[in-house]
Each structure stands twice: as C-alpha cells, then as structure tokens.
Design a protein around this ligand. Structure first.
Ligand SMILES: NC(=O)c1ccc[n+]([C@@H]2O[C@H](COP(=O)([O-])OP(=O)(O)OC[C@H]3O[C@@H](n4cnc5c(N)ncnc54)[C@H](O)[C@@H]3O)[C@@H](O)[C@H]2O)c1
Ligand SMILES: N[C@@H](CC=O)C(=O)O
Length: 446
C-alpha cells in the first residue's frame, strides 16, 4: 500500500534511518501507547501517510512525569560543565545529522527543504547558545542591613518541566525549550505536536545517542482532541511538574494557565502575534519591500512574528503597493490593498501568505492603530530618522521591535511578547532563567 511505501520512503531517504522514530520516548525506552491506540502523521504536501504514532492515555503521561521526577536529582546534581558537555555533543550530533533532520521536518511540516535546513541550523543554534549559558548561571551576594549577616543568592533548576510546542517550527520550538532546560539542570516531558512529532522524536534519538541519561528527556505523543486535552491537563495539574513552557495559540495558552492555577506552576507562554509592519514616508523602500517579504512570507506566513498588518504612509503607499504586488506575483500569495479598519485581518492573526495593506498619514495615529490589538509580540518599522526610531520603538506595545529589517528572531536575544502574546523570554541571556529559581541563603552570627 502507498502508506507503507511512504513510511519506508522517508526512512530510506535518510542517511541514518534510526532517526525516523514512530514510538514515544519514556524513561529511555521507545514505547507504543500502553493501550495500543495510535494516530497517523501525514505529509501535508502530498497527504501521504508518514507513520503511525502512539496515542498515549493519561496514565502514560503520568509515567513520563514519574520518570522525569526520578531522573531530576541526578541530572541536577551534575556540574554545569558536565551538562554543557552533553549539550555540546547534542549540538554536534545535530550538525552531523542536519540533512536528515531537515528531511524529516520537510516531510511532516511541508516547508521547503531549504527552509527546513535553515530551521535546523536555528534549532542547533539554541543548543550551542545554551551550552555556553550552562556555565554562566551566576548567583550573587548582597550586603545585609543586619550586623554579622551575609546574603548569597544562588540559582537552582526549577524541576520537571512540561514542554508543549506547535507544528510550525517542529525542531526549533523544541530546542528553544529543551536546551535551556537541560542546561539549567531540569528534566522534561515534551508533548510533541500531533502534526509534527517526528522531529521531536528525532531529537530524542540524538539525546539518547549522546548519552543523556534515561528519564531526563521524555517525549509523549497524543492525537489532537480528547487525549491532547487529557495530556495538557495532566501536565498542568500534576504536582510533580514544576513548570510549563508553552508555545502556541493564545486560546490554548489561556486554558493552560487556568489549568495550572491549582498547582501554581512557573509558566512561560509564547503565544500568537499580530505584528504591525510600518513603512514611514522617509523609509528606504527597497529595504522595506525586502523586509516585508522576509517577514510576511517566511514559512508561508505561518510564524508568530510574521507581519500581519502592513501600514504604509500615504506619500509612498501607491509605489510600495505596486512594487510589492509585482514581487509577490512571482509566487502564490495575495496582497490586499486599501483594507478597511473593520476587517477581521486588522485584528486577527492571519497565519498565511496574505498581505493586507493599510494607509496612514500621521505617526501618532499609526502607533495607536499598531497598538490596537489584544496581543503584542513583534513590531516592525522602516525609517531613516533616528529620533523617530527611539520614539516609535518605545511606544509600540510588543516584546520585540525590528527597525529597518524584517528578521527579528535570533538565538542570542530574548524572544517573547507582552499583552496576550504571553510572558517569559526564550533565547538570549535570560532564556535559561525561565528554568531556574533564585534561592536566598542568609547567614547570621558571623
Ligand atoms: N510566540 C511564539 O513564540 C510562537 C511560536 C510559534 C507559534 N506560535 C503561535 O502558535 C499558533 C499556531 O500553532 P497551533 O495552531 O499549533 O497552536 P495550538 O495552540 O493549537 O497548538 C500548540 C500546541 O498546543 C497543543 N495543545 C492544544 N490544545 C491543548 C490542550 N488542551 N492541552 C495541551 N496541549 C494542547 C497542540 O497539540 C500543540 O502541541 C499561532 O497562534 C502562533 O502565533 C507562537
Ligand atoms: N518565528 C518564530 C517562531 C514563531 O512562530 C521564530 O523564528 O522563533
């Protein structure tokens, strides 16, 4: 049958077919669902079947949490330099297997192979970044107001983490959480996205290969719907899980936050965006068109930081619109001009290759319109005026601002939003702190 052939096809295309895994990874074992249920993963470009994955019941999520809890003291006790060693090996393994990881990613997600290769490099970048950060989790000392007393603040791993990620970046959204968690000394249960679990499991295969001990990294798979909800509930309600890091939509973020309230977990939420992309009348239009294409059409418009509402100053609107439309004609997206404020696209994330252009005349007005959104992840603008650069950047209600560039995400800087785009930062200097707690040790009688 086509389905079986297809599964073999993907495995046989890989230089290392052992990276193609269709079982979950719990306590160092590759496992089916304990009750034998499964779901199908398909290639979204062809509709063909890639594999049959375990559809795990809630009891198996509990097992993964227990494995993670058991492994935690041992992993946390390693020196930061030992954990750094594992991360460096993992980075090297990703580099050596980049082609295979990208083939798997393209097959299950549908993004072009070149973009998949780019994502693997981006994902590996988080592993190398946090390998370096592992040995920099500095504490500090603070002078005490009390006599004969000394204060020391140390950082410790938070514990077992539940990591939940979406399908649009099947590798990088996982390494952006897994690498800092490992570096900090945490253990984890990854809930792989149902659409793209193969990339997550390939990362587990590499983690196993570089010798990360059983139970430190676990990956559970569940079908969308009832078991997905049960898995989420277990991760949120289980007292042995100390932290949830979630990347996905705002409605699911709200639900997970509600569900986590009973156990008051540490949370990091990277949620939806609705980025404004503003072209002022003094902008370099060549740069702005290049930037809007990079930002709007990356991953087919399916990234959380994609330009969603494109505001163009009236003086350059016609030229910008016609030049953009000309470029865009070469591929399959759509440009909408003169979009009324009331349209859904003015307030909702499109998550697709559709560019909506709005006209503006005044700086203050465009800032108000850009901020008129319940979410605030990324914002872009183009200008040559340095004063305006600071003025507008400081007024935009977002976590990340890009000026004269359409590329915002980098492993070395904090990524995250404000308002209903969530909270917490991934990557950069602060990314590892999401997986650590500060502990005060105050000593008197000295
Ligand atoms: N801010 C960021 O860094 C970032 C990055 C990528 C994607 N996103 C956002 O993600 C969204 C697109 O992804 P999506 O449609 O897959 O989002 P989604 O919220 O539907 O799913 C994300 C993940 O949550 C899981 N999930 C869904 N319901 C759950 C539940 N009840 N309990 C536990 N887990 C559950 C899904 O299986 C998936 O693994 C967009 O809104 C996009 O902006 C944000
Ligand atoms: N585009 C973001 C992820 C959101 O979808 C990134 O590059 O990290």
């Amino acid at each position: 049958m086509v389905t079986t052939t297809r599964t073999q096809d993907l495995a046989s295309q890989l230089a290392d077919s052992s990276l193609f895994r269709t079982k979950g990874f719990v306590n160092g074992q590759w496992v089916d669902a304990s009750d034998g249920l499964s779901f199908t993963v398909t290639n979204p470009a062809t509709g063909e079947k890639l594999g049959e994955m375990p559809n795990m019941p809630r009891s198996q999520i509990q097992e993964a949490i227990v494995a993670s809890k058991t492994a935690f003291p041992l992993w946390a006790k390693l020196t930061a330099h030992q954990r750094q060693g594992y991360l460096l090996k993992l980075f090297q393994a990703m580099e050596e297997n980049a082609n295979d990881l990208a083939l798997i990613l393209t097959a299950e997600n549908g993004k072009p192979f070149a973009e998949a290769k780019g994502e693997i490099a981006y994902g590996a970048g988080f592993v190398s970044w946090f390998a370096a950060e592992a040995v920099r989790t500095y504490g500090h000392t603070v002078p005490s107001p009390f006599p004969n007393t000394r204060n020391t603040v140390i950082k410790q791993p938070v514990g077992v983490c539940g990591l939940i990620t979406p399908w649009n970046f099947p590798n990088a959204m996982i390494t952006r959480k897994m690498a800092p968690a490992l570096a900090a000394g945490c253990t984890m249960v990854i809930k792989a996205p149902a659409e793209t679990p193969l990339s997550a499991l390939a990362m587990c295969a590499l983690a196993e290969r570089v010798g990360i001990p059983p139970g430190v990294v676990n990956c559970v798979t569940v079908e969308k719907g009832e078991r997905e909800a049960a898995c989420g509930l277990e991760l949120c309600e289980n007292v042995n899980v100390s932290k949830i890091s979630f990347t996905g939509s705002t409605p699911v973020g709200r639900l997970l936050m509600k569900q986590s309230s009973g156990t008051l977990k540490k949370l990091s939420f990277e949620l939806g965006g609705n980025a404004a992309f503003i072209v002022f009348d003094d902008a370099d239009l060549n740069l702005a068109i290049e930037g809007v294409i990079a930002s709007k059409f990356r991953a087919g418009g399916q990234t959380c930081v994609c330009a969603n509402r494109i505001f163009v100053h009236a003086k350059v609107y016609d030229e910008f619109a016609s030049r953009l439309a000309k470029k865009v004609k070469a591929f399959k997206p759509t440009v909408l001009v003169d979009v009324p404020k009331e349209c859904a696209i003015a307030s909702e994330e499109t998550f697709g290759p559709l560019a909506a252009l709005f006209k503006f005349e005044d700086e203050d007005d465009v800032v108000v319109r850009a901020n008129d959104s319940e979410v605030g992840l990324a914002g872009y603008f183009y200008t040559k005026d340095v004063s305006r650069t600071y003025r507008v950047a400081e007024k935009l209600q977002v976590g990340m601002v890009a000026v004269n560039t359409g590329v915002i995400a980098q492993t070395c800087v904090p990524f995250g939003g404000v308002k209903q785009s969530g909270f917490g930062r991934e990557g950069g200097k602060s990314g590892i702190d999401e997986y650590m707690i500060e502990k005060l040790i105050t000593i008197g009688g000295i």
